[in-house]
Design a protein. Structure first.
Length: 180
């Protein structure tokens, strides 16, 4: 055998070892990836069960943030349309595709909130009675956990912009203490 043939045979043996080792690394990587994917799916499934069940601290924070957004949207709505506050929560929502914002769909809040439910809280909106000119000068919004349990809060806000709350199993009201 010549030196060139030995060199080629030696290279072929090294390549086969590399390929075998490379195959093992690929298989290991695939197994680890599959396990990671399984853990991720399992974790997301558990989070989904939690989200569909009872309220959490994050849900409570979201409810307070949503009430702040409603207060802000109401101030803008009153200035923009000159009719006072909105007659319904849905009037603050997104208009149908291709339709410009109007007093009936002002495009100020997303429809998940104006639909009355968000993150395990139910939002109830009540507009005040229109005055002689048709202007709505007051509104009130309450947010209650969809499944109340001890430690969870219900919230209330109105045209004053103050958010109030209670940890009792009832709707919050204007007489409850403001949040700090």
């Amino acid at each position: 055998m010549t030196d060139a043939m030995i060199s080629i045979q030696g290279t072929a043996k090294r390549k086969s070892r590399i390929t075998k080792g490379g195959d093992m690394k690929i298989k290991t990587t695939l197994v680890i990836s599959a396990l990671t994917f399984f853990v991720l799916v399992l974790t997301m499934g558990l989070k989904g069960q939690k989200a569909s069940g009872r309220s959490s601290k994050e849900d409570q924070d979201s409810a307070v943030g949503s009430l702040r957004s409603i207060n802000t949207a109401e101030v803008y709505y009153a200035k923009e349309y000159g009719k006072g506050y909105s007659p319904t929560l849905a009037a603050l929502g997104v208009p149908p595709a291709g339709v410009k914002p109007s007093a009936s769909a002002a495009n100020l809040l997303d429809n998940s909130l104006t639909g009355g439910k968000r993150r395990n809280y139910v939002f109830s909106y009540k507009a005040g009675k229109p005055d002689a000119s048709g202007k709505i000068n007051t509104y009130a919004v309450s947010a209650r956990p969809s499944k109340w349990q001890k430690g969870f809060w219900s919230y209330f806000t109105d045209d004053t912009g103050i958010i109030r709350g209670t940890d009792e199993n009832r709707a919050a009201r204007a007489s409850d203490p403001p949040l700090r």
